[in-house]
Ligand binder design. Structure first.
Ligand code: HAM
Length: 419
């Protein structure tokens, strides 16, 4: 039976050579570990929420595009529910519920699996993971700078440089002002943002036809994008990034507007420089979402980003930046003499209790076969017990790379390997 389209199986490495697209659990863990380490470096705390939410959490808040992609159904209790397509509404719900319990601003991160019934294409699946980092309860643009810096450092920690990626920084406020200068019907602003968001994926005649009823010509929208100078809020962010030595990673680009409905202030997206992939990351300010989700009870400014694993892993692979993954064993215990199996098992247990990843052959096997297996698993040492003529046991440890051998009492093996 095949897996569902748009979903992925994650195999341990080394991956079998095949023409199919295969995903690696080792690479995924490497990515998550790096994300976690960098987020913690910035003082972010980890949270999670349920993968299934009330459908209503998304309708009217995230925008039509994402609502059209929901995996939703009616559960056995007649509730309208949806698999989470993004984390931000869950975070808004959670923050509103416990707003008083946490000192502001609070900085939280999560690595949720998200589900969107999208048309499958390069970099787009029906399930993906996202690093979400959000700051809640801070109006100052210093928080926006902090978040963009974290985004940049998350990518740098994976070995990417400013020759590989750029953060395109924009402002929904600038677009809102432009829109309001021509059209007084604020309810139509989201339609306008949607057209702008899709300009580079839509035929010019089509975009022009959609813009006309809103009072805009395509040329003036394009001119606004190309002539874009940083407005006051973007300049503040740029200054703080310059102070951190990160200015060269950012470009002001009003071509970014973000598809989701709830953004209010500065917005940004990260792309690979060569333009081979879709956006690696997207985010911005959403100062009204928590108020909306809490029915007006809690009003908290907020901002954040989501960085997807699909595009990022493809980019790292194409740049040769993924490490070589192995089983990472400290020891392979060879049992060449079955009369030593009980003593060998005792040794295996001691090594594992000392926190050392250890393997051995579950069933009797020829010595050279076991040795071959130790090499295949990339164990650092092969360990073999031997009985002495006086009945005592010794352990022979061979370092598999240098081939150096040491002889120890079995009780000293764990300590030797731990160093
Ligand atoms: P988003 O732009 O919809 O934002 O998604 C963020 C990133 O997730 C994208 O740049 C992309 O790398 C990845 N992504 C999105 N959809 C897919 C998909 N179908 N397959 C693979 N990767 C995908 C959000 O979700 C916002 N909630 C982010 C945010 C957090 N804003 C504030 N806080």
């Amino acid at each position: 039976m095949d897996r569902l389209p748009g979903f992925r199986d994650f195999y341990p490495e080394p991956l079998p050579p095949t023409k199919d697209e295969l995903w690696s659990m080792d690479a995924r863990n490497y990515l998550f570990d790096t994300w976690r380490a960098v987020a913690r470096r910035y003082g972010f705390r980890e949270y999670d929420g349920p993968p299934l939410e009330p459908l209503e959490l998304y309708t009217n808040k995230s925008g039509e595009e994402i609502v059209g992609q929901l995996f939703n159904f009616t559960d056995k209790g007649e509730r309208a529910v949806a698999m989470r397509p993004e984390m931000t509404p869950t975070l808004a719900r959670m923050a509103a519920a416990q707003e008083r319990a946490y000192k502001k601003p609070f900085k939280w991160f999560s690595i949720p699996q998200l589900f969107r019934y999208e048309k499958q294409q390069k970099g787009r699946k029906r399930e993906h993971f996202q690093l979400n980092c959000d700051i809640l309860g801070e109006h100052d643009r210093a928080a926006d700078a902090e978040l963009v810096a974290l985004l940049i450092d998350s990518l740098r920690a994976l070995g990417l440089t400013n020759a590989d990626f750029v953060v395109r920084l924009s402002s929904r406020n600038a677009w809102t002002e432009l829109f309001a200068s021509r059209c007084t019907d604020a309810a139509k602003s989201y339609d306008f943002f949607q057209i702008v968001d899709k300009l580079d994926r839509t035929r010019p005649e089509e975009s022009a036809a959609k813009l006309a009823p809103l009072g805009f010509q395509l040329e003036e929208v394009q001119a606004f994008i190309t002539s874009g100078q940083p407005n006051a809020e973007l300049q503040l962010i740029l200054n703080q990034l310059a102070a951190r030595g990160l200015r060269e990673y950012v470009r002001v680009d009003y071509g970014v507007i973000r598809g989701l409905a709830y953004y209010t202030g500065p917005v940004f997206e990260a792309f690979d420089i060569k333009g081979e992939f879709r956006a690696i990351c997207g985010g911005g300010r959403y100062d009204h979402l928590i108020k909306q989700v809490s029915g007006g009870k809690v009003d908290l400014p907020a901002l954040g980003f989501g960085m997807g694993d699909v595009v990022l892993l493809e980019l790292l692979k194409s740049r040769g930046l993924l490490p070589q993954f192995t089983a990472g064993l400290n020891a392979y215990v060879l049992i060449e003499d079955e009369s030593l199996r009980v003593d060998s098992l005792r040794l295996v247990q001691q090594l594992r209790e000392a926190g050392l990843p250890t393997e051995f052959s579950l069933t009797p096997a020829k010595g050279d076969k076991q040795f071959k297996r130790a090499l295949e698993l990339n164990a650092s040492h092969a360990v073999r017990l031997e009985r002495q003529p006086d009945g005592s046991l010794i352990a022979k440890l061979k370092h598999l790379k240098s081939r150096e051998e040491v002889v120890l009492a079995p009780s000293a093996v764990a300590q030797h390997l731990a160093h």
